[in-house]
Design a protein around this ligand. Structure first.
Ligand code: ATP
Ligand code: F6P
Ligand code: MG
Length: 325
């Protein structure tokens, strides 16, 4: 591919924040500056781009942020960016500010926006930053490791009190459309059940029979990890208590899962991916996302990346069931 001259790179974070986004921003800024390229930070994702909330970023602006959760640039969800007019306005603003390369740190939705900008002539590279782990072309997304560890630790705590009271606990983890957090917590916390948005409903009778059986076997608790996309944890708790006689509580972990200092893994992967995004732009690439596959950092065409459907690995799900006796 022919080299493109990139003089200014813009960077934004979009969609739900994810621990490690700051490490990625830092890597973009310092890699670009190291190559003599100017960096502009765009606040609040596409919303900030459309409102021209654009600042210059220097090496010092990203000091002391690698260990911080959230995103110093802030983030947003922006309906206007989904419209053609919004996309054209966004591309025109990039041109106005001399942004000839843009690094978009976010999830699948954010990449759709990046793709539209690429079609409108702004060179874009996506860096996967989402706690949902729901981008098929990459085995890793920034933030998942921190979020899953945060959820796991919280669930351990709920289990302590659940066991003490011989209760059933339904613990709702994030994931509107993606069940990876639920699956991993289910395995890591040794849950009796995992309810996933990828499945078509669940069999309440089977759960009730299983709880009754487990009570007979003398089990001291019954842990159900429920993904946000399945939801309705409070009503499910009421039904279970009424039908089994086992005291049941629902705990919705909520946004605490998205915060906190990133793990080592999130910091390191974010640093490498952020840096690689700049290298790809400088190599003349556009409309691509960075990924991690089979032990290597790779890049994919956005179209191809978003075309892949990420399902829950059936074998892993089966194992979670086998282990939850
Ligand atoms: N089809 C689309 N075309 C253009 N822009 C889009 C499109 N879909 C989403 N976006 C933009 O990307 C933003 C973020 O998308 P979304 O809310 O799906 O989060 P995400 O990037 O998938 O992250 P996460 O799922 O981790 O929260 C949207 O608010 C919107 O501005
Ligand atoms: O914070 P919001 O906008 O309610 O978004 C919640 C959604 O974002 C995610 O946390 C991903 O960022 C999903 O797991 C969740 O469904
Ligand atoms: Mg998403």
């Amino acid at each position: 591919m022919a080299e493109r001259i990139i003089r200014t790179i813009g960077v934004l974070t979009s969609g739900g924040d994810a621990p490690g986004m700051n490490a990625a921003i830092r890597a973009v800024v310092r890699t670009a500056l190291g190559k003599g390229v100017k960096v502009r930070g765009i606040r609040k994702g596409y919303k900030g781009l459309l409102n021209e909330e654009i600042i210059d970023l220097d090496a010092g602006d990203v000091s002391d942020i690698i260990q911080r959760g959230g995103t110093i640039l802030q983030t947003a969800r922006c309906k206007e960016m989904i419209t053609e007019e919004g996309q054209q306005k966004a591309a025109a603003i990039c041109k106005k500010y001399g942004i000839d390369g843009l690094v978009v740190i976010g999830g699948d939705g954010s990449f759709r926006g990046a793709q539209k900008l690429a079609y409108l002539g702004v060179n874009t590279i996506g860096v996967p930053g989402t706690i949902d782990l729901d981008i098929d072309c990459t085995e890793y997304t920034i933030g998942f490791d921190t979020a899953v560890n945060t959820a796991m630790e919280a669930i351990d705590k709920v289990r302590d009190t659940s066991t003490s009271h011989s209760r059933c606990s339904i613990i709702e983890v994030m994931g509107r459309d993606a069940g990876y957090l639920a699956l991993w917590c289910g395995i890591a916390n040794g849950a009796e059940r995992i309810l996933l948005p990828e499945e078509e409903g669940y069999d309440i009778e089977d759960i009730i029979d299983d709880i009754k059986e487990s009570k007979k076997r003398g089990k001291k608790n019954y842990i159900i990890i429920n993904a946000e996309g399945v939801g309705d944890s409070v009503n499910l708790a009421k039904t279970i208590e009424e039908r089994t006689g086992m005291e049941t509580r629902a705990t919705i972990l909520g946004h605490m899962q998205r915060g906190g200092s990133p793990t080592c893994k999130d910091r390191v992967y974010a640093s490498i991916m952020g840096s690689m995004a700049v290298d790809l732009l400088l190599e003349g690439k556009t409309n691509r996302i960075v990924g991690y596959r089979h032990g290597e950092y790779v890049d994919f065409d956005i179209e191809e990346a978003l075309g892949m459907q990420k399902g829950i690995p059936a074998y892993q799900y089966e194992i979670s069931k086998k282990l939850s006796l």
